[in-house]
Write a protein that binds this ligand. Structure first.
Ligand code: ZN
Length: 321
């Protein structure tokens, strides 16, 4: 099934250096033990990563050459730059003298937005260094909570495709709502209860979409229009028409998967992350099983090392129709 599909071809040998980065402070506690480097080495390494990001951000300015003049301001880089307690302290505060203050963040260039198209999208338009991480379902309230903390701690931007039937989206609404309101996190429509919509009547599909739309509107004050992701990626011209008639003309599929709609090992998940976290990709993951929450430091390392800038779909597409 497409939603559960994960391409398993191994990454070409030698394409990337081994991942042996120190754990970040934003990592879950049970991951901090893997850090072997001294704090000084970790800080220096982190600063090198931030510098690499600045270069990537500059490259973006010339890479995305789309026509629509509508733009949004630049957003913070989701690379842990906001997680260093030393960074938030004024000069002369009790910052450890062994931890130099990080270099000031370079403002990111605005992203040129284009109208969300009618039909299927699987990748972001143009060229550049943007990455749209999209995370679906939310069958685990703990995993949604961990994602929410991950975004809060790091500034990571992502799109959740929500099934309102899962309690996670109600349980975590107080923590998630500020991120939604600031635009750092976008919530979009994945149906109310995750059926294979190609098996539903038109009336049943309308109910699945509108019930979820109402849930998002009443719980978060947004709807995720115009982005609709059919469960399992199963759709057809009829389901597309029903969705479009309800204000969801953009069928948001993906270019690569973290493979975690089922239970997989953290090593396998990271191998897929190294394969698919690439410029201008829309990548699908799931807030269903805990493995992903154990890989956040490594995911950040991959994103940072590659100079990727995470975005929501609304960062890239204008949503007025
Ligand atoms: Zn799903």
């Amino acid at each position: 099934m497409p939603a559960d599909r994960h391409r398993t071809s191994p990454e070409p040998a030698g394409k990337l250096p081994p991942q042996h980065f120190p754990a970040r402070r934003s990592a879950h506690a049970h991951h901090s033990a893997r850090a072997g480097a001294s704090p000084t080495a970790a800080t220096v390494h982190r600063r090198q990563l931030l510098l690499g990001l600045a270069v990537g951000a500059l490259a973006l300015g010339t890479g995305l050459s789309l026509q629509d003049p509508d733009t949004v301001p630049g957003h913070p880089i989701p690379a842990g730059g906001g997680t260093d307690p030393g960074a938030a302290q004024p000069a002369g505060a009790f910052a450890p003298t062994t931890t130099p203050a990080p270099a000031p963040a370079t403002p990111l260039p605005p992203i040129t937005r284009v109208p969300a198209p009618r039909g299927v999208i699987t990748a972001l338009p143009g060229t550049g260094n943007l990455l749209a991480l999209t995370v679906d379902d939310g069958t685990s309230s703990d995993v949604v909570a961990a994602y929410t903390k991950f975004c809060t701690d790091t500034g990571l931007r992502l799109t959740f495709f929500v099934n309102g039937a899962n309690r996670s989206w109600t349980d975590n609404a107080p923590a998630l709502r500020p991120l939604v309101e600031s635009g750092q996190v976008l919530l979009a429509n994945h149906t109310w209860s995750h059926p294979d919509i190609t098996t539903l009547s038109r009336a049943a599909l309308r109910e699945e979409i509108t019930r979820n739309d109402t849930f998002l509107r009443t719980t978060y004050g947004i709807t995720g229009l115009p982005f609709f992701r059919p469960p399992y990626g199963h759709h057809n011209p009829t389901t597309d028409q029903v969705a479009a008639d309800l204000g969801y003309p953009t069928i948001a599929l993906w270019e690569g998967s973290l493979g975690d709609s089922s239970i997989i090992t953290e090593d396998f998940l990271l191998s897929l992350a190294r394969q698919w976290l690439q410029p201008q990709h829309i990548v699908i993951g799931h807030a269903n099983h805990p493995a992903i929450t154990h890989t956040y430091p490594q995911l950040l390392d991959i994103i940072t090392q590659r100079g990727l800038r995470t975005v929501t779909l609304a960062d890239v597409y204008t949503t007025a129709h």
